[in-house]
Design a protein around this ligand. Structure first.
Ligand code: BJW
Ligand code: ZN
Length: 293
């Protein structure tokens, strides 16, 4: 049975990584990008998620990201689901010992910008008694948000980057009248540059702190180091179509590691995977790790 085989492989794993994508947050109500109902099904990524698109139409790009901040990702609108919580628990040495007694490290490399994996860690940390030993605590630095964070506001000039949860970020970006994300990503809007979010350090135009096509993801050298030493890679809720994240699993495998895919639908990663769990990751991870539910 696939669960038993994966559990056997986990028992001898030393360095575990999870590569996550939008499917991890789907059960939290956050749209994916490429499958049914995904953002890039009805919207054109090249007009919204590239530096050229932002240079050409910063008002539209800001409106799109502001809508997603407020209506989809905010703490009021979404919360971590069971899959986030199970992955967070794997970062706690005492929980991890149950499934991977030989593991020296565990890291999540997420392409998601929604912060839900970090919120899951924070919620776990808040439940740990103050006098608990480090082995009972989640490892707060175990998450790498390689495509940035949707609540970060980043300067286009000096690169100063700060999390700003204000709603609206500036009066001109009030999106309360916008019906849905399709409208947010297409409805013409013409906000003068000086009324868009500005850098609080140098006052230049600011942009959403996410990684667009053609840009280098964050923390790539640390991530490459983790991928290089990993001997177990769980690929959770990603279509595995966007580089460089789509390349990590095969790199782990080339060095003799194992790959387990958790996806609702077939993905390009399935073909070479050692284990495939077809179904919602919030259910499948619970089946594989019942002690972490
Ligand atoms: C479930 C589920 C459930 C649903 N349970 N599963 C030609 C021109 C220009 C660039 C390129 C080019 N060719 C290649 C490139 C590179 C490019 C790229 O890969 N493009 C391809 C699309 C062709 N990549 C880049 O440009 C990257 N940078 C780069 O390569 O820099 C160069 C470099 C590399 C290495 C070293 C140094 C330099 C940057 C990519 C940035 C991607 N940005 C976005 C937007 C982020 C901001 C925002 O949120 O708007 O990131 S695009 C979008 O795709 C987002 C995601 O993180 C990313 C990946 O998508 P993901 O997460 O896989 O989502 P989906 O929707 O595709 O899949 C969801 C999956 O979940 C599906 O499989 C479902 O079945 C499943 N699912 N519910 C389990 N409940
Ligand atoms: Zn600045």
């Amino acid at each position: 049975m696939t669960i038993t085989r994966l559990r056997d492989a986990l028992r001898v794993s030393k360095n575990i990584i999870v590569i996550a994508g939008a499917g991890l947050s789907a059960a939290s109500g956050i749209p994916t990008f490429r499958d049914g109902g995904g953002l890039w099904r009805s919207l054109d990524a090249t007009t919204l998620a590239t530096p050229t698109a932002f240079a050409a139409n910063p008002s539209l790009v800001w409106q799109f990201y502001h809508y997603r901040r407020v209506k989809q990702v905010s703490a009021l609108e979404s919360k971590p689901n069971l899959a986030h919580h199970i992955i967070a628990k794997l970062s706690v040495p005492e929980f991890r010992r149950e499934v991977a007694p030989n593991a020296k490290s565990f890291h999540l490399i997420t392409q998601n910008v929604d912060r839900l994996s970090v919120r899951a860690l924070q919620s776990l940390e808040s439940q740990v008694p103050a006098n608990a030993p480090p082995s009972a605590r989640p490892q707060m630095d175990s998450v790498f948000e390689m495509h940035g964070r949707i609540f970060d506001v980043k300067c286009t000039s000096c690169d100063y980057c700060v999390e700003d949860l204000s709603n609206p970020l500036c009066p001109a970006l009030d999106v309360s009248h916008i019906k849905d994300y399709n409208d947010a990503g297409t409805k013409q809007i013409d906000i003068p540059l000086k009324e868009l979010p500005r850098c609080s350090a140098c006052h230049a135009l600011a942009r959403p702190g996410v990684v667009w096509f053609g840009e280098t993801p964050y923390q790539l050298s640390e991530i490459n180091r983790l991928v290089f030493k990993a001997d177990m890679c769980l690929v959770v809720g990603t279509s595995s179509t966007v580089r460089p994240a789509s390349l990590f699993a095969s790199r782990v495998q080339k060095r003799g590691g194992k790959v387990a895919v958790f996806n609702l639908a077939p993905s390009v990663a399935d073909e070479s995977a050692d284990f495939v769990f077809r179904g919602p990751c919030e259910t499948e991870l619970g089946r594989v790790f019942p002690e972490l539910v």
